[in-house]
Design a protein around this ligand. Structure first.
Ligand code: 3PG
Length: 210
Protein backbone atom coordinates (compact mmCIF):
# COMPACT_ATOMS: atom_id res chain seq x y z
CA UNK A 1 0.00 0.00 0.00
CA UNK A 2 1.02 3.60 -0.52
CA UNK A 3 2.72 5.71 2.13
CA UNK A 4 0.31 8.28 3.55
CA UNK A 5 1.05 11.95 3.04
CA UNK A 6 0.14 12.69 6.66
CA UNK A 7 2.79 10.26 7.90
CA UNK A 8 5.46 12.01 5.80
CA UNK A 9 4.72 15.49 7.17
CA UNK A 10 6.77 15.67 10.34
CA UNK A 11 6.41 19.35 11.20
CA UNK A 12 3.53 21.84 11.28
CA UNK A 13 0.34 20.89 9.41
CA UNK A 14 1.06 23.28 6.57
CA UNK A 15 1.71 22.62 2.89
CA UNK A 16 2.47 25.92 1.15
CA UNK A 17 2.57 26.15 -2.63
CA UNK A 18 5.67 27.09 -4.59
CA UNK A 19 5.13 28.52 -8.08
CA UNK A 20 8.48 29.49 -9.55
CA UNK A 21 9.84 30.71 -12.86
CA UNK A 22 13.20 28.98 -12.40
CA UNK A 23 14.68 26.16 -10.38
CA UNK A 24 16.87 28.63 -8.50
CA UNK A 25 13.83 30.70 -7.59
CA UNK A 26 12.01 27.57 -6.39
CA UNK A 27 14.94 26.81 -4.08
CA UNK A 28 14.96 30.35 -2.73
CA UNK A 29 11.24 30.18 -1.93
CA UNK A 30 11.68 26.74 -0.35
CA UNK A 31 14.56 27.93 1.82
CA UNK A 32 12.62 31.01 2.90
CA UNK A 33 9.69 28.81 3.91
CA UNK A 34 11.96 26.35 5.72
CA UNK A 35 13.54 29.26 7.60
CA UNK A 36 10.05 30.10 8.87
CA UNK A 37 9.50 26.58 10.17
CA UNK A 38 7.77 24.89 7.23
CA UNK A 39 8.62 21.19 6.76
CA UNK A 40 6.72 20.32 3.55
CA UNK A 41 6.13 22.17 0.28
CA UNK A 42 4.16 21.58 -2.91
CA UNK A 43 5.69 22.75 -6.20
CA UNK A 44 2.84 23.33 -8.64
CA UNK A 45 3.09 22.30 -12.28
CA UNK A 46 2.05 25.71 -13.55
CA UNK A 47 5.37 26.90 -14.89
CA UNK A 48 7.95 25.35 -17.22
CA UNK A 49 10.45 25.30 -14.34
CA UNK A 50 8.33 23.17 -11.98
CA UNK A 51 10.00 19.79 -12.55
CA UNK A 52 13.51 21.25 -12.36
CA UNK A 53 12.40 23.09 -9.25
CA UNK A 54 11.36 19.84 -7.58
CA UNK A 55 14.72 18.25 -8.40
CA UNK A 56 16.66 21.29 -7.22
CA UNK A 57 14.79 21.46 -3.90
CA UNK A 58 15.39 17.74 -3.33
CA UNK A 59 19.11 18.33 -3.82
CA UNK A 60 19.50 21.60 -1.97
CA UNK A 61 16.95 21.28 0.86
CA UNK A 62 17.46 17.70 2.07
CA UNK A 63 15.39 18.19 5.24
CA UNK A 64 12.35 19.49 3.40
CA UNK A 65 9.58 17.21 2.13
CA UNK A 66 8.81 18.23 -1.46
CA UNK A 67 5.89 17.14 -3.57
CA UNK A 68 4.20 18.13 -6.79
CA UNK A 69 0.86 19.83 -7.21
CA UNK A 70 -1.47 20.56 -10.10
CA UNK A 71 -0.95 17.00 -11.35
CA UNK A 72 -3.47 16.66 -14.20
CA UNK A 73 -2.40 13.58 -16.17
CA UNK A 74 -0.50 10.30 -16.10
CA UNK A 75 2.40 12.05 -17.82
CA UNK A 76 2.47 14.67 -15.06
CA UNK A 77 2.46 11.98 -12.38
CA UNK A 78 5.28 10.04 -14.01
CA UNK A 79 7.35 13.17 -14.72
CA UNK A 80 7.02 14.29 -11.11
CA UNK A 81 8.15 10.93 -9.78
CA UNK A 82 11.16 11.02 -12.11
CA UNK A 83 11.98 14.55 -10.93
CA UNK A 84 12.12 13.33 -7.34
CA UNK A 85 8.72 14.38 -6.01
CA UNK A 86 7.95 12.66 -2.70
CA UNK A 87 4.18 13.01 -3.04
CA UNK A 88 1.57 14.03 -5.59
CA UNK A 89 -1.38 16.41 -5.27
CA UNK A 90 -4.06 17.01 -7.90
CA UNK A 91 -6.82 19.61 -8.04
CA UNK A 92 -9.35 17.07 -9.29
CA UNK A 93 -10.01 13.36 -9.57
CA UNK A 94 -10.93 10.99 -12.36
CA UNK A 95 -10.56 7.20 -12.16
CA UNK A 96 -7.75 7.29 -14.75
CA UNK A 97 -5.84 10.07 -13.00
CA UNK A 98 -6.18 8.41 -9.60
CA UNK A 99 -4.93 5.11 -11.01
CA UNK A 100 -1.95 6.83 -12.65
CA UNK A 101 -1.09 8.53 -9.36
CA UNK A 102 -1.47 5.26 -7.42
CA UNK A 103 0.79 3.53 -9.94
CA UNK A 104 3.69 5.83 -9.05
CA UNK A 105 3.73 4.35 -5.55
CA UNK A 106 4.05 7.83 -4.09
CA UNK A 107 2.00 9.31 -1.26
CA UNK A 108 -0.85 11.32 -2.70
CA UNK A 109 -3.74 13.67 -2.03
CA UNK A 110 -6.09 13.85 -5.01
CA UNK A 111 -8.50 16.74 -5.19
CA UNK A 112 -12.21 16.44 -4.48
CA UNK A 113 -14.95 18.97 -3.88
CA UNK A 114 -18.10 16.84 -3.69
CA UNK A 115 -19.39 13.89 -1.72
CA UNK A 116 -19.49 11.73 -4.86
CA UNK A 117 -15.83 12.42 -5.57
CA UNK A 118 -14.96 11.40 -2.02
CA UNK A 119 -16.87 8.18 -2.62
CA UNK A 120 -14.97 7.51 -5.86
CA UNK A 121 -11.60 8.07 -4.17
CA UNK A 122 -12.63 5.78 -1.31
CA UNK A 123 -13.53 3.05 -3.80
CA UNK A 124 -9.91 3.24 -4.95
CA UNK A 125 -8.63 2.92 -1.40
CA UNK A 126 -7.68 6.57 -0.91
CA UNK A 127 -8.48 8.22 2.42
CA UNK A 128 -6.32 11.36 2.37
CA UNK A 129 -7.79 13.86 -0.08
CA UNK A 130 -7.31 17.45 -1.07
CA UNK A 131 -10.48 19.55 -0.67
CA UNK A 132 -10.38 22.12 -3.47
CA UNK A 133 -11.42 24.88 -3.93
CA UNK A 134 -12.09 24.78 -0.21
CA UNK A 135 -13.71 28.14 0.39
CA UNK A 136 -15.87 28.07 -2.73
CA UNK A 137 -16.90 24.46 -2.07
CA UNK A 138 -18.43 25.16 1.32
CA UNK A 139 -15.36 25.71 3.46
CA UNK A 140 -15.29 24.49 7.03
CA UNK A 141 -19.06 23.81 7.07
CA UNK A 142 -18.73 21.41 4.15
CA UNK A 143 -15.79 19.67 5.83
CA UNK A 144 -17.89 19.24 8.97
CA UNK A 145 -20.74 17.79 6.91
CA UNK A 146 -18.36 15.33 5.22
CA UNK A 147 -16.83 14.30 8.55
CA UNK A 148 -20.02 12.67 9.75
CA UNK A 149 -20.44 10.57 6.62
CA UNK A 150 -16.84 9.75 5.70
CA UNK A 151 -15.34 9.16 9.10
CA UNK A 152 -12.17 7.54 7.75
CA UNK A 153 -11.33 10.38 5.33
CA UNK A 154 -9.00 13.24 6.16
CA UNK A 155 -8.55 16.34 4.06
CA UNK A 156 -5.98 18.87 2.91
CA UNK A 157 -8.14 21.92 2.20
CA UNK A 158 -6.74 24.55 -0.18
CA UNK A 159 -8.22 27.45 -2.09
CA UNK A 160 -9.13 30.67 -0.33
CA UNK A 161 -7.23 29.88 2.85
CA UNK A 162 -4.85 32.40 4.37
CA UNK A 163 -3.64 33.61 7.75
CA UNK A 164 -7.09 35.00 8.71
CA UNK A 165 -8.99 31.69 8.42
CA UNK A 166 -6.16 29.17 8.81
CA UNK A 167 -7.06 28.36 12.43
CA UNK A 168 -10.69 27.58 11.49
CA UNK A 169 -9.53 24.86 9.10
CA UNK A 170 -6.78 23.49 11.35
CA UNK A 171 -9.26 23.06 14.20
CA UNK A 172 -11.25 20.43 12.29
CA UNK A 173 -10.56 16.81 13.22
CA UNK A 174 -10.79 15.68 9.58
CA UNK A 175 -8.14 18.16 8.38
CA UNK A 176 -4.59 16.79 8.46
CA UNK A 177 -2.82 19.65 6.69
CA UNK A 178 -3.73 23.00 5.11
CA UNK A 179 -2.34 24.29 1.83
CA UNK A 180 -2.35 27.40 -0.27
CA UNK A 181 -0.46 30.18 -1.92
CA UNK A 182 -0.69 32.87 0.75
CA UNK A 183 2.79 32.24 2.16
CA UNK A 184 4.49 33.02 -1.17
CA UNK A 185 2.45 35.74 -2.89
CA UNK A 186 3.49 36.31 -6.51
CA UNK A 187 4.48 39.91 -5.79
CA UNK A 188 6.93 38.89 -3.07
CA UNK A 189 8.41 36.18 -5.27
CA UNK A 190 8.81 38.65 -8.13
CA UNK A 191 10.49 41.13 -5.81
CA UNK A 192 12.75 38.48 -4.33
CA UNK A 193 11.54 39.39 -0.85
CA UNK A 194 12.52 36.12 0.82
CA UNK A 195 12.46 37.62 4.32
CA UNK A 196 8.75 38.48 3.97
CA UNK A 197 8.06 34.92 2.83
CA UNK A 198 9.90 33.64 5.90
CA UNK A 199 7.80 35.97 8.07
CA UNK A 200 4.53 34.76 6.49
CA UNK A 201 5.65 31.17 7.00
CA UNK A 202 6.51 31.83 10.64
CA UNK A 203 3.11 33.46 11.24
CA UNK A 204 1.35 30.41 9.81
CA UNK A 205 3.55 28.04 11.78
CA UNK A 206 2.66 29.93 14.97
CA UNK A 207 -1.03 29.25 14.29
CA UNK A 208 -0.41 25.61 13.41
CA UNK A 209 1.51 25.01 16.62
CA UNK A 210 -0.95 26.49 19.08
C1 3PG B 1 -4.02 25.17 -5.07
O1 3PG B 1 -3.36 24.81 -6.02
O2 3PG B 1 -4.27 24.43 -4.12
C2 3PG B 1 -4.57 26.55 -5.06
O3 3PG B 1 -3.90 27.37 -5.95
C3 3PG B 1 -4.55 27.14 -3.70
O4 3PG B 1 -5.44 28.18 -3.70
P1 3PG B 1 -5.05 29.60 -3.13
O5 3PG B 1 -4.19 30.23 -4.18
O6 3PG B 1 -6.38 30.30 -2.94
O7 3PG B 1 -4.31 29.43 -1.85
Amino acid sequence: SLPSLSSLISGPALLPIIQADSAAQAVQIAKAMQQGGISAVEVVLRTAAALDGISAIRQQCPDLLVGAGTVLSKADADNCKNAGAQFLVSPASTPALLQAMIDTGLAMAPGVSTSSEVAMALEMGLTELKFFPAHLSGGTEMLKALSGIYQQVRFCPTGGIAQHNLADYLSLSNVFVVGGSWISPAALVKAGDWQQITDLAAAAVAVAQR
